[in-house]
Design a protein around this ligand. Sequence first.
Ligand SMILES: NC(=O)c1ccc[n+]([C@@H]2O[C@H](COP(=O)([O-])OP(=O)(O)OC[C@H]3O[C@@H](n4cnc5c(N)ncnc54)[C@H](OP(=O)(O)O)[C@@H]3O)[C@@H](O)[C@H]2O)c1
Length: 252
Amino acid sequence: MINTDYALVVTGANGNLASHFNRKVLQQGYNLILLYHNNRQRLDELLMECASRIRLIRTDFASADDLKRQFADVFTETGWIPRGLFHTTTARSSDFQPLADSPEATWEYVIDVNIKGTFRLLKALIPYFRKYNYGKIVLMGSNVSRIGLPRGSAYSLSKAAMGNLSRCLATEEGHNNIFINTISPGPIKMDDSHFSESYRKFREEYYKERIREIPLQRCASVEDIFGLAWFLLSENNSYITGEEFYITGGKL
Ligand SMILES: NC(=O)c1ccc[n+]([C@@H]2O[C@H](COP(=O)([O-])OP(=O)(O)OC[C@H]3O[C@@H](n4cnc5c(N)ncnc54)[C@H](OP(=O)(O)O)[C@@H]3O)[C@@H](O)[C@H]2O)c1
């Protein structure tokens, strides 16, 4: 049985992957601290089912100035003990242009949210993991970190940063019993109805091309990702840290 005070922190909590993860983790008995940005429809559905075991934090990772205080408020109010972090938040390149044609602001935004935002998040949360001498962290990267993403160089660069961050932090925080790994999938089958038409079209074309290259001949499902994320975040993971795992159906 899981201690009823244990909590996991999930970012991008209303997103495709996180919303699947949230449901599975609630079934396992953890409390959830869910960080969301603008959209929260899926979180509202979850709250209707299980409000006492969920706390929401609204934050924009482009600034996230208040994150330290927001975590402190939740931990003080609930008495929950943070055990892990599943970081799925991502900004995407919105202009789909070659680097040479990209405005600097596009790069800045993606880097601010995905890289600096991850820094802000980890700065705010690691002191709690240190305090309890326990923490399991999973960052979401992407296979684009090794194959690149034409017309999405800022996103691709920011995803590559996750694997390297894991390697650094695993070294820095191992003696505090804090583990950190990155999961870097290829395309995941997801509900894209909330994306703009132009972004949907970009993804559709991109996915069509990618599936031709995947030996298993399909995208990953959210369940395919959950299996590994759950293991890495669980107490069963007693020796794996600093790694980047590619889930790509055999595509190198
Ligand atoms: N889906 C794929 O094919 C795929 C493939 C490889 C890797 N990945 C990685 O897997 C992770 C999850 O992907 P997903 O498909 O579940 O993504 P998703 O559904 O697009 O979710 C991303 C989440 O990030 C939030 N977000 C965006 N900008 C933010 C900001 N400035 N501050 C705070 N939160 C912000 C969004 O909230 P709002 O909607 O409210 O803005 C959303 O909930 C991502 O890190 C992605 O890079 C995905």
